[in-house]
Design a protein around this ligand. Structure first.
Ligand code: ADP
Ligand code: MG
Length: 628
């Protein structure tokens, strides 16, 4: 009966324990049994964990590459040094500081608080443009960002001593402080990942368009992730100066960027366990190679000094992982999620009836009719498309299209390939901007709203080429849509709502599988379930039965009719399967070359000579040509 819902707090806490306990044991052992240098390595490892989790919180959750995050560490490190350095040392190394700063010597924690908040504010200001860029552009621009920050730090000698090293920074960050802060970072990262905001941004990582189609404001989520991750990176930078007791801008450039990104990639971008395991692995590799690079004498062998061996090793590790295990050592499931899945499989193999229920949960019956009506109270508002046109360069894909879709109506949209069906759905849902015309729900104009706002106005959709959140689980796909559109007025909790939809679409047994691993027909069903989960009033389906076998499409017709009645949905269905359209739809609109050529009942449309002409006219023409 009870599902381990992805948003369940206890599940997150268990996940945290799986990381905390081994690290705690390691730290206690280090305290008693490790040498001074081994303890140092471990302290450095904990600082790396904080930094890599900082990276995870932006790159791992949003999927957008950033090579600039180390800049936040650099800024934080210098700020922390300025705030904590002894005034006598300051007067020697930084003689031109303003007097209020020259005399300041804060303790670790107050300085850390100021540093982390300052970095957060700086990240917020820089994040506004970054979060609104294309994904690949962000990668390039973040490198420029790093270069700029680096040069400002080098050039601003009054505060940073430029190329000189600032030394004598108090050694506040020992083994236990580093351990404690790394656990804090693990907790923040895991709670963020498993929260509804984390789920929404992870959905956008998988498919930005699909995320917008369920109402996710991707730019805002990226901005939030950027600020959060920068603050965590800032904490790591602050820790590092109090561990090394020296600071200089050159520490925070490409070398550090490279090794931190390697740790994240090797472990796997998408999980906290991955970030930690990648950090353990790479810290090990880097330390061993650094030792070898120093040219030690091992038994009879006197090895030569080799500069850059650890950097080369890092490169080789990244390449090997990318080739051998593209998604990293841990891939998409946290360790605790893997254990749960494994346990479930064992139970299934044994087939103990009472336990199988876990895998086939009796979820509450769908009661969202209630919930949805509460959200969208204005019954009887139609979706109106008036004179909508779309030009692609010279191509007129839509020419003054008019149609109306009522609540509770199933409208078929058919037409030959290239007639503009998908373009119409894209224009209605805000995926593309129409060149002209007006789209409204009742009297509310939604014509030029961004896609996520249109989704929140109650228009759900599916895509002609299935666009699922492939590396999220089946339940997470639906849950993401449910949480985005949850309001104080919705009656059922998102978990119950998502669960009832999985039952409705026969997907409950696969709840914990990655969506990308489902067979084609079930992926289509999941995409529809996800759209319905938004509690939409209108649902636009682009070839929902494509790729389905007859049995599946029959079942789909049945389910679509059911949800239309139960949720009073207005459905627009595009499909090539005319038999299905005829059985399913109350009314059919026929598009040809971007224009509506016929509207009416399925029977009327079928017999309309213009429709016959549009569908087979060209064939007849070809035949005539051949006969001549
Ligand atoms: P349908 O879904 O009815 O098969 P589409 O709406 O996909 O047709 O396409 C209608 C026409 O618009 C086609 O000629 C197609 O090539 C063109 N088209 C669709 N999307 C784009 C785009 N993004 N850029 C340029 N042309 C496009
Ligand atoms: Mg199409």
């Amino acid at each position: 009966m009870i599902k381990p819902w992805p948003l369940g707090i206890f599940r997150s806490l268990f996940g945290i324990l799986y990381i905390l306990v081994p690290l705690l044991i390691l730290t206690i052992s280090a305290e008693f049994f490790f040498s001074e240098s081994a303890r140092s390595i471990l302290t450095n490892f904990f600082i790396n964990i904080v930094a890599v989790l900082g990276l995870y919180m932006f790159i791992g959750t949003s999927g957008v590459p950033s090579f600039g995050h180390v800049a936040f560490m650099g800024i934080a490190a210098h700020l922390q040094a300025l705030l904590t350095l002894d005034p006598t040392i300051k007067s020697m190394l930084l003689p031109n500081l303003p007097s209020w700063l020259a005399g300041l010597a804060l303790g670790f924690w107050p300085a850390m608080a100021i540093t982390v908040i300052s970095v957060g504010v700086f990240a917020f200001l820089t994040g506004i443009p970054f979060s609104r860029m294309g994904d690949a552009a962000t990668g390039i621009v973040t490198i420029c960002f790093l270069a700029i920050v680096q040069n400002v730090l080098l050039g601003w000698e009054r505060f940073t001593a430029g190329f000189k090293v600032i030394y004598g920074i108090p050694e506040y960050c020992g083994l236990w402080t580093a351990f404690a802060l790394s656990i804090v970072a693990v907790v923040i990262a895991r709670l963020y990942r498993d929260s509804s905001v984390g789920l929404e941004i992870r959905a956008s990582r998988e498919d930005k368009d699909a995320a917008q189609s369920i109402g996710v404001n991707v730019a805002n989520h990226r901005l939030f992730a950027w600020v959060l991750s920068a603050m965590v990176m800032g904490a790591a930078g602050g820790m590092l100066v109090h561990f090394l007791t020296i600071v200089s801008p050159s520490q925070f450039y490409l070398g550090l960027t490279f090794s931190l990104i390697a740790m994240l990639i090797v472990g796997g971008l998408s999980t906290i366990s991955g970030a930690v395991i990648g950090t353990i692995f790479m810290t090990g590799v880097i330390e061993v190679l650094r030792k070898i690079g120093e040219g030690p004498v091992i038994g009879p062998f006197d090895l030569p000094q080799m500069h850059g061996l650890s950097t080369m090793g890092t490169g080789v590790a990244i390449m090997t992982i990318m080739i051998w295990k593209r998604d990293g050592i841990v891939a998409f499931f946290e360790i605790d999620e893997r254990l749960n899945n494994w346990k479930r499989n064992q139970v299934n193999k044994r087939g103990t009836p009472d336990r199988v229920r876990l895998e086939h949960p009796t979820l509450p019956p769908a009661s969202p009719g209630r919930a949805r009506q509460e959200t969208i109270s204005d019954e009887g508002r139609d979706l109106n498309i008036e004179n909508v046109s779309k030009n692609f360069g010279g191509l007129r894909a839509l020419i003054e299209v008019n149609l109306t879709l009522g609540r509770g109506e199933i409208l078929g949209l058919i037409g030959p390939n290239g007639s503009g069906k998908t373009t119409l759905i894209n224009a209605i849902t805000g995926s593309i901007l129409p060149s002209g015309g007006r789209i409204s729900i009742g009297t509310q104009n939604i014509t030029n709203l961004p896609a996520h706002s249109i989704a929140r106005q109650g228009i759900g959709r599916t895509f002609q080429n299935i666009q699922l959140f492939e590396n999220l689980t089946v339940i997470e796909n639906v849950l993401a849509a449910a949480v985005v559109n949850e309001t104080s007025a919705t009656a059922s909790r998102p978990e119950a709502w998502a669960g009832s939809l999985l039952n409705r679409f026969d997907l409950a047994p696969y709840a914990n599988r990655l969506a990308g691993t489902l067979p084609y027909g079930q992926q289509r069903s999941l995409e529809i379930a996800r759209a319905v989960a938004t509690r939409c009033s209108f649902l636009l389906l682009d070839e929902p039965a494509a790729g389905m076998i007859r049995q599946e499409s029959d079942r789909l017709v049945e389910v679509l009719k059911q949800i239309r009645t139960e949720f009073n949905l207005g459905l627009l269905v595009v499909d090539h399967d005319l038999q299905m359209i005829m059985r399913l739809c109350d009314r059919v609109v026929v598009l040809n070359k971007g224009q509506v050529i016929s509207t009416g009942s399925p029977r009327q449309v079928q017999q309309d000579p213009k429709v016959v002409e549009a569908y087979i006219g060209r064939k007849r023409q070809v035949k005539t040509d051949l006969n001549q």
